[in-house]
Design a protein around this ligand. Structure first.
Ligand code: NAD
Ligand code: WQD
Length: 338
């Protein structure tokens, strides 16, 4: 298929582009470069040996979307474009509703206008709110604890209504757990601007000496070692999950399906530090700091529906996640010293 990736030069979008091309699909990236760099396209072309068109545009610009959809003969869209910083969403909710909710509305309008009705959407485990039971399956009640999470919930609800009104749509809502790691090539990975909010890029930068120490946010949770437990999933596995979802929705009956993309395995913050040090033979100094507002003790997926319906399960272990994160950090350091 010919697939448009909104947010295609971002962390997840770029890995999905590589996975799609390796399975015979063609991709067009559509991104306003608010949180990524066009150089990602050069790296993707080096990885895949394929020319990849980049449309620099904003998803709130319906004309730009309609033009890209028709000019490139697009048959399906994977929608990654969005803002994702929880703290920023609390401080600047209008920016988040505008970019994420209005942006998605503009996208589905343009798709409907162009008769493109196959869509995979990047949702998040954040839509489960405070877990009432674990592991989290797709039937767990949804709620939001911050504006970012509320944008994901609103978009899920909007897509549900669209699918109910028009059975020609084929929509997959993918609820990601905690994507980490990088492509085997070391050419693409997660490189957030400023100080990272997320654990794995923070650990990498401490190990590289770019940050002094990790603050472990709380060690008095009701977990085996007192630190927060999450379901970390290798980005290459997550990317393969998108290929499986896209290949599945075009063959099945329901207009909308929802799948968790996680491993089902929880690791604590200290498990992550220990594994990163062991696998990469580096030191990650840390100190225990107060809990971070809004954090839950434990969050991990039931990946069973995806295994059953998509024939997909995560293959890569914690060691592979730590090794690829470090390898990407080192290629970044080499490039910066050029
Ligand atoms: P990212 O910031 O690396 O990628 C998002 C891309 O979207 C960026 O390249 C950015 O420039 C682009 N973008 C943002 N607003 C845009 C707009 N209005 N028009 C066009 N392009 C725009 O983030 P990511 O980690 O790759 O996340 C991709 C998606 O997955 C997001 O929707 C995010 O909410 C969701 N998600 C991410 C995680 C995670 O931990 N990384 C977890 C769950 C869900
Ligand atoms: C993981 C664990 C922290 C940083 C967030 C979003 C969620 C989703 C994924 C998009 C927690 C601890 C972290 C640090 C630490 N994104 N930690 N020191 O909070 O599970 O999820 O990213 O949808 O919506 O909320 O991921 O990587 O921030 O934290 O101790 O410097 O690491 O307390 O236990 P989280 P995270």
């Amino acid at each position: 298929m010919n697939i448009l990736l909104t947010g295609g030069t971002g962390y997840i979008g770029s890995h999905v582009a590589a996975a799609l091309i390796s399975t015979g699909h063609e991709v067009v990236c559509f991104d306003n470069l608010a949180n990524s760099d066009a150089v990602v396209i050069d790296r993707l072309e080096a990885i895949t040996g394929t020319a990849i068109p980049l449309v620099v545009g904003d998803i709130r610009d319906g004309d730009a979307l309609r033009h890209a959809l028709t000019e490139h003969g697009v048959e399906a869209v994977i929608h990654f474009a969005g803002l994702k910083a929880v703290g920023e969403s609390v401080a600047q909710p209008i920016k988040y509703y505008d970019n994420n909710v209005r942006g998605t509305l503009s996208l589905v309008e343009a798709m409907a206008d162009c008769g493109v009705k196959t869509l995979v959407f990047s949702s998040s485990a954040t839509v489960y709110g405070e877990p009432r039971y674990l592991p989290l399956d797709e039937s767990h009640p949804t709620s939001a604890t911050n504006p970012y999470g509320r944008t994901k919930l609103m978009i899920e609800e909007m897509l549900t209504d669209i699918a109910a009104a028009d059975p020609d749509w084929r929509i997959a809502t993918l609820r990601y757990f905690n994507p980490v790691g990088a492509h085997d090539s070391g050419l693409i990975g997660e490189n957030p601007n400023g100080i990272p909010n997320n654990l794995m890029p923070f650990i990498s930068r401490v190990a590289a000496g770019r940050l002094a120490e990790l603050s472990v946010f709380g060690n008095d949770y009701d977990t085996p070692d007192g630190t927060g437990v999450r379901d970390y999933i290798h980005i290459v596995d997550l990317a393969d999950g998108h290929v499986a979802a896209l290949d599945t929705i075009v063959k099945i009956e329901p207009a909308l399906s929802t799948w968790n993309l996680g491993t089902g395995q929880g690791y604590s913050v200290l498990d992550m530090v220990e594994a990163f040090e062991r696998v990469n033979s580096v030191r990650v100094p840390y100190r225990v700091a107060p809990r971070r507002d809004g954090d839950v003790a434990s969050c991990y997926a039931s990946p069973e529906r995806a295994a059953r319906e998509l024939g997909w399960t995560a293959q890569r272990d914690l060691e592979a996640m730590c090794a690829s994160s470090w390898s990407f950090e080192r290629t970044l350091a080499m490039r910066n010293s050029d």
